[in-house]
Design a protein around this ligand. Structure first.
Ligand code: ADP
Ligand code: NA
Length: 329
């Protein structure tokens, strides 16, 4: 069966709506047709130097939200990256296959290091895409669901895979293909609707967080930035704020954007926001409740993650043995 791998960093106390609509919904669908492997990539999160307790907590709440969203541990593998030591081992090998210039062209590193300044950055942030390539290649992954922001990184994974196969022989690793998540699943910041909603970069009022208090979710939606014109129309260029709300409305109600626009003809933004707040809160409530159940049963959560790590490690070791053997290690 075709194998899919995807992962998220434990970089916040709650996932945001973009993580859910842009990634998790797709993960849950993909496990119907693929052999799915999903990971909470805590080693990646070290690049932002989190406190010990914060990192531990965020790793668990992130896994809990994957499960709450519908990742099924009886069907898919779910594990924490640091529990499978092969990730760090293969990352080292791949770093010796990666050109300095090649790594230096990664735009996400350029953006992130520009934000924090040279003194605030670290080598881990620079080699982050190499660790990501290891995450993917260890599992003979066929497809990787990626948003636009991760395309360049996946391209590097593909280049590295091809290079390994050239230097070490065909069949060393599988060259992964992107599975492009449709653009309609892209969610923007509620306050700055030309920027993507992001747990790392959005301010508290720009976010809709899965585990947030419903009152705050509703409040943020009602306070979302819209333009001074009052027409409810889908126009991502001209009216990014209203268009973002319509995208979210459509995703959660299952109704086409055109229908929604027709329904709100002649109405004000306030109407749309009040209704949307209710729709989003209703949708997220059971997800939040299920996540809280997982968070409040740590033994059950640890058991799922331990089983996932053990199965993942068995797969990863086969790949690593093959690569080490071909390298002469
Ligand atoms: P964040 O920016 O919230 O830290 P990540 O960069 O860790 O998110 O991305 C985790 C996953 O969520 C990726 O698959 C990414 O494509 C997806 N994602 C993140 N933000 C959005 C968004 N605003 N809209 C759609 N998908 C998103
Ligand atoms: Na991020």
């Amino acid at each position: 069966m075709t194998r899919v791998f995807s992962a998220m960093q434990p970089t916040s106390d709650s996932l945001q709506l973009g993580n859910y609509l842009g990634a998790l919904v797709e993960w849950v669908k993909l496990q119907e047709t693929h052999e799915a492997i999903y990971s909470v990539v805590d080693l990646h999160a070290l690049t932002v130097a989190p406190d010990r307790d914060v990192l531990t907590r965020r790793t668990r709440v992130t896994a809990a939200q994957f499960l709450a969203a519908g990742v099924d541990p009886d069907r898919s593998l779910l594990f924490v990256q640091s529990h499978v030591p092969q990730h760090a081992e293969l990352a080292w090998v791949l770093s010796t296959f990666t050109g300095m210039g090649e790594a230096g062209r990664m735009t996400q590193f350029k953006d992130k290091s520009a934000q924090v300044g040279e003194s605030g950055t670290n080598v881990g942030l620079f080699t982050y895409p190499v660790l990501m390539a290891a995450d993917i290649l260890l599992y003979d992954t066929n497809v990787v669901p990626v948003g636009e922001d991760q395309r360049q990184h996946l391209e590097l994974s593909r280049d590295l895979a091809q290079r390994l196969n050239t230097r070490l022989g065909e069949g060393t690793v599988v060259v992964p293909e992107p599975h492009i998540v449709k653009a309609t699943a892209k969610i923007f910041d509620l306050q700055e609707p030309t920027k993507k909603m992001s747990k790392s970069f959005s301010g508290p009022k720009g976010l809709i967080e899965i585990l947030d208090d419903p009152k705050k979710v509703a409040k943020n939606i009602k306070a979302a930035a819209t333009d001074s014109d009052t027409v409810i129309r889908f126009d991502p260029e001209g009216k990014p704020g209203v268009s973002n709300l319509l995208t979210i409305y459509s995703a959660f109600s299952g109704r086409a954007i055109d229908q929604i626009v027709a329904d709100y003809e002649g109405k004000m933004y306030g109407h749309l926001k009040v209704d949307l707040a209710e729709i989003v809160v209703d949708y997220l409530t059971p997800i939040r409740d299920r996540a809280m159940e997982w968070i409040e049963s740590p033994e059950r959560l640890d058991e799922v993650l331990a089983q996932g790590a053990s199965k993942a490690s068995a797969i990863a070791q086969v790949t690593l043995d093959r690569i080490y053997d071909r390298l002469g290690l």
